[in-house]
Design a protein around this ligand. Structure first.
Ligand SMILES: [Zn+2]
Length: 147
């Protein structure tokens, strides 16, 4: 789980957006804020989908270009890394889609565990967050105790 969150930060590197500045007394998760996060989530998903399409065509090209067994062995190692990355990407895309679905029904941005506002800053850093920082921290402590 902890590993997952660092990957999210990694994958978000290519994404740039203007941080949202709410007006005074603006309601949390009002339409404008939901639009803001919808934009981030859909663009993020699209960039991941583009990336995995590119990976597929690279893999196909390389299969044709390496008849030598030594090359093939290193190519297979590359491929297993690629497949692991793609698996990670798929899981990330699934999480993004869950967040988009939540945005559509109007539950996005609130902690799954205690119901408080997760906060704009935390959501911009981690748009798929479903827990507030307190619950997340508690979760990680519990997780560590299991080992
Ligand atoms: Zn919470």
């Amino acid at each position: 789980m902890a590993q997952d969150s660092s990957n999210i930060e990694l994958e978000m590197g290519a994404l740039d957006f203007v941080p949202y500045t709410p007006k005074q007394n603006e309601e949390y998760m009002c339409e404008k804020q939901r639009e803001h996060f919808m934009g981030i989530l859909t663009r993020w998903r699209q960039s991941l989908l583009d990336e995995s399409n590119r990976t597929v065509s690279t893999l196909q090209d390389e299969t044709i270009n390496h008849p030598d067994p030594t090359d093939r062995a290193s190519q297979e190692a590359d491929m297993s890394i690629e497949l692991r990355n793609r698996d990670r990407e798929r899981r990330l895309i699934r999480k993004i889609e869950e967040s988009i679905a939540l945005l559509e029904v109007g539950g996005y941005g609130f902690c799954d565990s205690c119901g408080v506002e997760i906060g704009l800053g935390r959501l911009e850093a981690r748009p798929t967050a479903t827990l507030c920082l307190d619950c997340k921290t508690l979760d990680e402590i519990k997780e560590r105790r299991q080992f």
